[in-house]
Design a protein around this ligand. Sequence first.
Ligand code: ADP
Length: 239
Amino acid sequence: RKEVGHISVGSKGFNDLIAGGIETQAITEVFGEFGSGKSQISHELAVTVQLPVEQGGLDGECVFVDTENTFRPERIEQIANAFELPVDEVLQKIHVARAFNSAHQILMVDKINELIQSGTNVRLVIVDSLMAHFRAEYVGRESLAVRQQKLNQHLHSLQQIANTYNVAVFLTNQVQAKPDSFFGSPTKAIGGHVLGHASTYRIWLKKGLAGKRIARLVDSPHLPEGECVFKITSEGIVD
Ligand code: ADP
């Protein structure tokens, strides 16, 4: 079994919360309302995975599965500049895959397998966002079972990539902000059981005061629950 690697999310406090960054051979899910920072963290990771190990990266490349047109090369440029990395090279190592519907998104996993088998050193797969297409296409109670089943398959094949190639899988999941319905635990209010079981790490992002963000680790099998404060700046994610 290969050694588990970690990818820095840019902020020390955030990295400490998840024991050094997001893990390979695992799925990490961030969930939160619109604007909570899910896409920003995705962009940060797409850059930091390219850093050398001693700087919090894995010297690797990344696949960014973009389902809602959230990928912004200009944003990558800002973050790459902050790390004094050559922007063109950084962009070349981010393989952006636009998924037009859920079936296309599912097929994308085969493409990722092919990319890795062709020798590309992919260490991170981002899906931003995991559920958007599934939610839009499978509406109504009668289609819920099919949606769960498709989603399960999709997550299973992502987990397989994570295990087989020592890759970190990072998923974003938009949820409504309904603090009253959480009763202290957000996990029951969202995504249902599919995500709850598949994700190894689940992080709840909340907006704080003065532009700050709060990341809360929930339901982790190995790590204590806890939270940290971080900021989104033009340089990326910071303490
Ligand atoms: P979502 O959770 O919906 O994916 P985003 O990750 O897109 O949310 O976060 C959007 C927020 O990130 C913006 O509201 C803004 O506060 C912050 N942000 C985005 N770009 C920058 C930037 N260049 N500098 C500072 N903050 C930024």
